[in-house]
Design a protein around this ligand. Structure first.
Ligand code: SAM
Length: 232
């Protein structure tokens, strides 16, 4: 059986875990003294620790070894995804984490049905990122930023905006050694002015094929092209 994975604040020789992470290991996964746990700090480092004691909601671990896991893409991959209705963003964050994203930035665009995210929902998205990072063997937990209006998207080094009707294919222009910024629109799509604005910020309009993808499918298709499709 694979050792459990735990997100810890720091990979120090002695690690003390309390709160949600300790509760999960103790009560859900039934970790006991002597068990091995794979620990990671969410910033890129991974290691193996032994449970020394587990009592009163506190878990004490002794770090035995650390290593570079090599499961990250190698360059920052940020996803600007339009706010979506209902719970769709949680699914996007989960799968985007599995696909190697390093930062998810929800954006508010003119055709967004949802115009804001409540604090609780944002907190939940961040927890989804932690759980997906653990499950997929990531050593980095992607940040989920507070939503911003599209106009606040900064200039990027290498960007792609998924746009219905675009003809450019990502694979023909992708440079895998450069930071990547991706953008996808809401249920109603981007307006022509928004696509023009993003183009001015360094995002090239690209196709995701001949069919119209749902707003929650498009970010994953675009991410898959730049990470999974490249073996990254
Ligand atoms: N009627 C809208 C339009 O024409 O933009 C459809 C929007 S689609 C449901 C939501 C988003 O997914 C789009 O804004 C775009 O970012 C992306 N998308 C969906 N299908 C796509 C495709 N075939 N090529 C490129 N982007 C696509």
């Amino acid at each position: 059986m694979r050792p459990h994975r735990a997100l810890v604040p720091r990979l120090s020789p002695e690690i003390e875990l309390r709160g949600r992470e300790a509760h999960h290991l103790l009560e859900v996964l039934r970790a006991r003294a002597g068990d091995l746990v794979t620990v990671f700090d969410g910033k890129g480092l991974e290691g193996r620790a032994v449970v020394e004691s587990a009592e009163a909601g506190i878990l004490r671990l002794r770090l035995e070894q650390t290593w570079e896991a090599g499961r990250e893409v190698g360059v920052p991959v940020e996803l600007y995804v339009a706010l979506l209705k209902g719970d769709a963003l949680a699914d996007v964050v989960r799968a985007a984490t599995e696909l190697g994203v390093t930062r998810v930035v929800p954006i508010v665009t003119v055709h967004c049905v949802a115009k804001e995210i409540g604090a609780n929902k944002l907190e939940r998205l961040r927890r989804v990122a932690v759980e997906a990072a653990k499950q997929s063997g990531r050593t980095v937990v992607p940040a989920v930023a507070d939503p911003i209006p599209l106009k606040q998207v900064p200039e990027v080094e290498q960007g792609f905006v998924a746009h219905v009707g675009a003809e450019l294919r990502v694979r023909d222009v992708l440079e895998t050694d450069k930071p990547l910024s991706l953008a996808t629109g809401p249920e109603g799509g981007f307006s022509p002015q928004e696509v023009e604005f993003l183009t001015g910020r360094g995002f090239r309009p690209v196709t995701l094929g001949r069919r119209i993808l749902r707003a929650e499918t498009a970010p994953l298709a675009l991410l898959a092209l730049v990470t999974a499709g490249e073996g990254l």
